[in-house]
Design a protein around this ligand. Structure first.
Ligand SMILES: *Cc1c(COP(=O)(O)O)cnc(C)c1O
Length: 221
């Protein structure tokens, strides 16, 4: 029986075991649209890293589950007018995609440096999330110099209609250049339920897995 999320989590971790031993891959369970109860169930099974993409839903869950010692990864698009609120509860911001966004975050307060990833747009559509490939290095330098963020690496979503391995290969090249800017910025956040094997082949250090562990997301609403 593997239909309970905790059982699927255990099975998934088993598949990842070799990769994790080789280079410490972090599994982020993406729980958007699922209730806090599901996060709690996986936390009770020992899991700590969770991904969310929609404020304020993400804030409500982080508040409800405060005290469990969870690490919250914000993986959705960061709107400038909400970014400072997100930075209050999110430990890792995966979707830094403009210098303006960095400036907004520097206008904030209080909390220590947030871990941050530069999101790379691997599609031809400038309307999709992420910074254009040509602007990745400049943005990474800006994040590395930021008073609010700690540059950790890169993040991307594989485009539809392209073999994901090819897209992740491009991402790996960006990751290498970002590492040249800051040798500690070694994270590659890539790979979802459908393409995590290809992401691992191309060096992913952080997988963002939703449905393969949580089951289907409840309908929007
Ligand atoms: C929802 C989401 C995921 C997880 O997707 P699945 O296909 O359910 O594994 C990963 N990354 C981002 C940015 C997401 O929005």
């Amino acid at each position: 029986m593997t239909d309970a999320p905790a059982a699927r989590l255990a099975a998934f971790l088993e598949q990842l075991e070799d990769a994790r031993r080789a280079r410490g891959v972090t599994l982020i369970v993406v729980t958007k649209r699922h209730p806090a109860a599901l996060v709690r169930e996986l936390a009770e099974a020992g899991h700590r890293d969770f991904g969310e993409s929609r404020h304020p839903e993400s804030r409500d869950k982080a508040e409800e589950l405060a005290g469990l010692g969870l690490t919250w990864h914000f993986v959705g698009q960061l709107q400038r007018n909400k970014a400072r609120q997100v930075a209050r509860y999110a430990d890792v911001l995966h979707s830094i995609d403009s210098t303006e966004l960095v400036e907004v975050l520097e206008g904030g307060d209080e909390r220590p440096l947030r871990d941050a990833l530069v999101q790379v747009n691997l599609t031809d559509d400038p309307g999709r999330g992420g910074v254009a490939p040509a602007d990745v290095d400049a943005l990474a330098e800006r994040v590395a110099a930021s008073s609010a963020l700690r540059l950790r690496g890169v993040m991307a979503v594989a485009p539809l209609g392209e073999e994901p391995g090819r897209a992740f290969e491009r991402l790996a090249r960006h990751a290498e250049r970002v590492r040249a800017i800051d040798p500690d910025a070694r994270w590659i956040s890539a790979g979802m339920s459908a393409d995590w094997r290809e992401a691992l082949e191309h060096g992913a250090t952080h997988l963002r897995i939703g449905t393969a562990i949580t089951g289907n997301r409840p309908a929007d609403g």
